[in-house]
Write a protein that binds this ligand. Structure first.
Ligand code: DGT
Ligand code: MG
Length: 375
């Protein structure tokens, strides 16, 4: 087994949901490289390869020390031949040729720029690149057909590229609280995603909303959105309706792993001055984002109270941690975990939970707090 600097044994579990992964770790010089290759595999629609690199990176994030030699990797799980080759090259030469040439390739950079547009996925970006387009400017210049989300994505591109700070997230929290409290008192509102895991910046701000009286949350999203629109807060919004039905014979094998909550993908408008001074200002209406204004991606999710613990666990992330939880549930426990429920296929029943702790217990896992789910 692997020994750390003090000669103590490190037992690295193989599922990320069995490990504690802090936000700050000792191996960013390796994990950033592996994550470039993971991202490139995603751009090539190769999910298996992408997950392999992400799992390898995640193991290094959980190590309590900096990797100095290949010896340090003995007995660690999830490090395939390819990842080991990359790590070896970085340890010996300071960088990996494959990683650097990927990073610099025109294809990779164009995919990064185009999938960086809100509303644009890998397939669309790939089609555009084959047509010779490279940047969001190219989309405007050539008059590409864009859907409503993509139009907003192009319009607010540079704003949405800027990282969202925790101060901005808290400002948005205050606005969301004002909206929710004025349309339905007594709701619970939780900051989710990276900010719940302790990140100081994010690419968006995620919120989960529920009401302790089951059923009261029905129709809530539309009311929240109307309130925000009246206040002139929204630059863009698209709301999807709740379509979750609990089936007696267990969860449907859905082709998509998107959850079926009432959900709103939106772009909020903040006034830059307010965003700097930390005070909310929502008085001005209108939907243009002028020079004194900041555009921020915000995701709102409404969950029935009975599913709140599952939704909380499902929307905290990280994405790899979520993926590993589901894999653990399926492969090790014959259970199906979603952001709505946990179904036990051996007993043919849904396992209820009111807290995240209860869900980890049902899964036979030690509880990992949000700040250590940065897998
Ligand atoms: P960020 O925003 O880039 O700083 O990082 P995160 O971790 O906040 O990532 P984000 O905002 O894409 O997603 C927040 C968490 O919510 C993510 O860790 C996993 C989960 N999540 C996002 N979208 C979906 C979805 O469609 N279904 C489910 N089940 N979970 C999702
Ligand atoms: Mg987020």
């Amino acid at each position: 087994p692997e020994l750390n600097g003090d000669g103590a044994e490190i037992l690295m579990k193989s599922y990320a949901c069995q490990r504690r992964t802090p936000l700050k770790h000792h191996n960013a010089f390796l994990t950033e490289a592996l994550e470039i290759l993971a991202q490139n595999a995603e751009f090539n629609d190769n999910e298996g390869r992408s997950v392999a690199f992400r799992r390898a990176a995640s193991v290094l994030k959980a190590l309590p020390h900096r990797v100095k030699s290949m010896e340090d990797l003995r007995c660690l799980p999830c490090l395939g031949d390819h990842s080991q080759r990359v790590i070896k090259e970085i340890l010996e030469d300071g960088s990996s040729r494959e990683v650097e040439s990927t990073r610099q390739s025109e294809q990779f950079q164009a995919m990064k720029a185009l999938t960086g547009v809100f509303g644009v996925g890998v397939r669309t970006a790939d089609r555009w690149i084959r047509e010779g387009l490279r940047t969001p400017d190219d989309l405007i210049r050539t008059g590409q057909q864009l859907n409503r989300a993509q139009q907003a994505g192009v319009q607010y591109y540079s704003e949405l590229q800027r990282a969202v700070t925790r101060a901005e997230a808290e400002l948005i929290m205050a606005i969301v609280e004002a909206a929710v409290n004025s349309v339905l008192p007594g709701c619970q509102i939780q900051l989710m995603g990276g900010f719940r895991r302790g990140k100081e910046v994010g690419h968006d701000v995620d919120f989960l909303i529920t009401h302790p009286e089951e059923g009261k949350e029905e129709g809530l999203m539309l009311k929240i959105i109307s309130w925000l629109e009246e206040q002139g807060v929204l630059l863009y919004q698209k709301t999807t309706r709740n379509s979750y039905v609990e089936r007696l014979d267990g969860p449907a094998r859905s082709a998509s792993n998107m959850d079926r909550f009432e959900r709103c993908f939106s772009i909020f408008k903040l006034h830059s001055s307010a965003s700097r001074s930390g005070s909310a200002s929502t008085s001005e209406s209108g939907s243009a984002c002028d020079s004194g204004c900041r555009a921020v991606r915000v995701d709102l999710v409404v969950s029935p109270f009975s599913q709140f613990a599952f939704a909380t666990l499902g929307w905290t992330g990280s994405k790899l941690f979520e993926r590993e939880l589901r894999r653990w549930a399926g492969q090790e426990k014959q259970m199906t975990l979603s952001s709505h429920t946990l179904y036990d296929s051996k007993q043919n029943l849904y396992l209820r939970a009111q807290t995240e702790e209860e869900i980890f217990a049902h899964l036979g896992l030690e509880f990992i707090p949000p700040s250590e789910r940065n897998a």
